[in-house]
Design a protein around this ligand. Sequence first.
Ligand code: URA
Length: 229
Amino acid sequence: MHLDERRRLAYLDAIGIDVWLPRAAAGTPLEEAVADASPGVAVAAMDWQALRACVAECRLCELANTRTQTVFGVGSPEARWMIVGEAPGAEEDRRGEPFVGRAGKLLDEMLRAVGESRQSVYIANTLKCRPPNNRDPRAEESAACRPYLERQIELVKPAVILAVGRVAAQNLLGSDLPVGRLRGRRHELDGTPLVVTYHPAYLLRSPAQKRKVWSDLCLARTVGREAAA
Ligand code: URA
């Protein structure tokens, strides 16, 4: 099967659309090709090692052509808090770790304020590759990458997910509301409590919002404690 066709099938699978194949295709190379072009199926059963290797090799979208390396995630696999950001920036792309630039330093401070740290939480992004010039992720990129994040969440089983920024919040919740409307309340993602707050990069530009972020962090702490109790 042509690579573009495999990629298209993978996208359709990632966004949950069933692909029907002609009966004659059962057991043929075409069916096998579809099976290995369907990341959602295999990824959902992977352990950490397999998942990390799969992400490192991923070429499901065009970001594979421009990345320096994939940025998988960092922190404790048994974390109570899972932080989900948007996508790697330039520094993250260079170092292979999420939130290591200026915004990352502020995220570290935010975590410290609630008694957590980069080591105690798990940090990941909706996209594992940097979009060129830090543009917004495209729908097909988010769809292709989604099974990886879903598997990370399943493996960590956090007591609470903190979605930082519009892209992560909208992507995880399937919403088009702005952060200002999504923050300040408890959401749920497949049974896991989820709290939305502003992205630390936005906070660097708008420090007046720090008070709201503090209140979101306190909400996440309460919600996480309730879930763990
Ligand atoms: N912004 C994000 O959303 N994620 C990163 O890893 C870095 C900056």
